[in-house]
Design a protein around this ligand. Structure first.
Ligand code: CP3
Length: 341
């Protein structure tokens, strides 16, 4: 039994007496405590693969920031690794893959990940679930197939993801073969996360915004749909497709529980697109937290009133930036928790 199940209730469309709040990238470099724990591991990968350390940083934001949910500390790139493409996290640069996908033989050589390949995440989930002791729900996650595909082809981050898009235009059939393998791996992974104690899951489509609407439906949403169809009966599902306003209505047709919004869309417009029976999550600009408290309070109140109390989970429109002041984050979280309509 959960002592605080506000996020879960909001996701399921049940009534809540205040708006729940958690933050993307709440486990991270804004917290000195995170940096101290991270220093105990040799590098990012060793950190992610250490269940005790992962558990510790997952719980830190619950203790320190008072958020209404914990999100397991891991990364979306554990899936490419489990399929056969190891990555490194280069300091101040981001992810880097030594091997990338270039042709049919590369796609065929990839395995479909099984839950047990990601045992270290499952162990971290079990440990965190136990340590949380029902205080707040535990959120699991994976990358959306298109976003994972983009990293597998590109081999690193990119402004345009032009290599990945080139692949879609020049090798559409092979693209579908790869997306299908990623989808099957992600389904296995999410099922295992739920068996290990995850209360709800979020699918991150961080690079939705580089695709055209037509490509988004053909190469991205099709596979999100397949994941939601299998996972939703097991646990509530949130779909966060950054910069994909054009697709909100179609995303709502996947019948997921919650749609995550980035800060570039207005609450009222989003509500009109998705209808009444969908929970919305978001969407403060992370940069608002560089402002003074008066400005944060004013803008946050406007946002809360625009979304309303029910069918809403307060969050940012993307992850916290590492140089945001922890005290401002605390102020934001407290403001939301104390706000009454
Ligand atoms: O608190 C949480 O949100 C949980 C943990 C989490 C991380 N990554 C930890 C992390 C989650 C949910 C992710 C998802 C993730 N990872 C996404 C999707 C969300 C998004 O931001 O759009 C993506 C695209 C990645 C890939 C990734 N991981 C990049 C591009 C980077 C480098 C950029 C950066 O912020 O440093 C990472 C590294 C990463 N993943 C860090 C953390 C806390 C920073 C690593 C460090 O401590 O040095």
């Amino acid at each position: 039994m959960l002592k605080n199940d506000l996020v879960l209730k909001a996701a399921k469309g049940e009534n809540v007496d205040r708006v729940p709040v958690w933050l993307m990238r709440q486990a991270g470099r804004i917290l000195p405590e995170y940096k101290a724990t991270r220093a105990k591991a040799k590098n990012f990968i060793e950190f992610v693969k250490n269940p005790e350390l992962a558990c510790e940083v997952t719980i830190q934001p619950v203790d320190i920031l008072g958020v209404d949910a914990a999100i397991i500390f891991s990364d979306i790139l554990v899936i490419p690794e489990a399929m056969g493409l190891p990555y490194q996290m280069i300091e101040a640069k981001g992810p880097w893959f030594e091997k990338t996908i270039k042709n049919k033989a590369d796609v065929e050589a990839l395995r479909i990940a099984q839950g047990e390949d990601l045992n270290y995440v499952l162990q971290a989930l079990r440990l965190t679930k136990k340590e949380l002791n029902g205080r707040v729900p535990l959120i699991g996650f994976c990358g959306a197939p298109w976003t994972i595909f983009a990293y597998m082809i590109e081999g690193s981050g990119s402004k345009t993801f032009s290599k990945a898009k080139q692949f879609l235009y020049t090798q559409p059939e092979l693209s579908h073969l790869l997306l299908d393998k990623i989808t099957k791996s992600s389904i296995n992974y999410l099922k295992s996360q739920i068996e290990a104690g995850t209360d709800m899951v979020q699918i991150f489509d961080s690079w939705a915004g580089v695709l055209s609407e037509k490509q988004y439906y053909e190469f991205a949403l099709k596979y999100i749909n397949e994941i939601v169809a299998v996972i939703k009966p097991l646990a509530p599902v949130t779909v966060f497709a950054k910069d994909a306003h054009y697709a909100l209505k179609k995303i709502s047709e996947t019948n997921c529980n919650t749609i995550g919004l980035d800060w570039t869309i207005d609450a009222a417009k989003a509500r009109t697109e998705v209808g009444k029976n969908m929970t919305l999550q978001g969407n403060a600009d992370p940069c608002l937290l560089y402002a003074d408290e008066k400005t944060i309070a004013k803008e946050t109140e406007l946002m809360l009133r625009a979304f309303g109390k029910q069918r809403y989970i307060c969050n940012l429109g993307h992850g916290l930036y590492p140089d945001i002041d922890k005290e401002k984050v605390k102020f934001f979280v407290n403001f939301v928790k104390e706000f009454r309509f």
